[in-house]
Design a protein. Structure first.
Length: 244
């Protein structure tokens, strides 16, 4: 793709998610994931074989076994062989990888999904195992503590303050009021400090859930969806979507 060429337009053409619950003990990751995979394919009329690229995001540490994401491919259907990738990360990073794949012209359609069962153990303990084993992990800094360090760095730099951070969380909880799948909806008290400067209201709930989207490029997006949600940015820049 030359520097003078206009970037490819990429859009979300289908989205589905599970109910996000405090626990889904009765369901495996694959059982939790399959309804959303079927949901996005049905919305577009596509089959697994029609998807050019598949990317998933999950955590083997939460699952408690290496390469656990390969089991989730049973829900996708990995035969005939598919072009597939996985990130040991969240769904936003998986979406970014798929977006790059489409922008560069290596694919025209992509299936992106993410899932996690956080309920079986203590997330704040388990996720520390992802860190550098010699210098960082022995300090046991959990995900909330690391987010607090980032937040404090922004505050110290003068880029934000605690009320502004609280407003972000409040806005997200308010937006969730219209989402019947959300685990926490509506106004939530700011509460006590968990790790300064983050309070209870700033931190996400622990729960289980899955989500999936289908991305498509240019005219293919218009063929698959009446009103594609065009992605105007990426995770490395400011992000927003607009509908045609």
């Amino acid at each position: 793709m030359s520097g003078d060429a206009a970037p490819r337009e990429i859009a979300v053409v289908a989205f589905a998610q599970t109910d996000h619950r405090r626990t889904t003990d009765e369901l495996s990751e694959v059982e939790m994931l399959m309804p959303v995979l079927h949901g996005v394919l049905e919305q577009t009329g596509l089959k697994t074989a029609d998807i050019d690229f598949t990317c998933s995001g999950s955590s083997d540490y939460l699952a408690g076994r290496a390469f656990s994401f390969t089991l989730a491919l049973d829900g996708v259907g990995a035969w005939p062989p598919i072009s597939e990738s996985h990130v040991e990360m969240d769904g936003a990073w998986a979406l970014y990888e798929a977006w790059v794949k489409l922008v560069t012209g290596d694919a025209d359609t992509a299936l992106v999904y993410s899932y996690g069962k956080s309920s079986p153990g203590s997330v704040r303990d388990v996720l520390t195992r992802q860190l550098d084993p010699y210098y960082v992990a022995p300090l046991w800094p959990d995900a909330v503590a690391l987010a607090a360090l980032q937040a404090q760095a922004l505050i110290d730099a003068g880029d934000t303050d605690e009320p502004a951070l609280a407003a972000v969380a409040a806005r997200s909880r308010t937006d969730a009021s219209a989402n019947s799948h959300a685990q926490v909806r509506g106004s939530v008290p700011q509460g006590d400090y968990v790790v300064r400067p983050l309070r209870t209201g700033d931190c996400p709930p622990v729960g289980d859930g899955a989500a999936a989207v289908i991305l498509a490029a240019g005219e293919r997006a218009r063929e698959l969806c009446q009103r594609p949600a065009w992605i105007r940015g990426s995770t490395t820049a400011s992000r927003h979507t607009g509908s045609e």
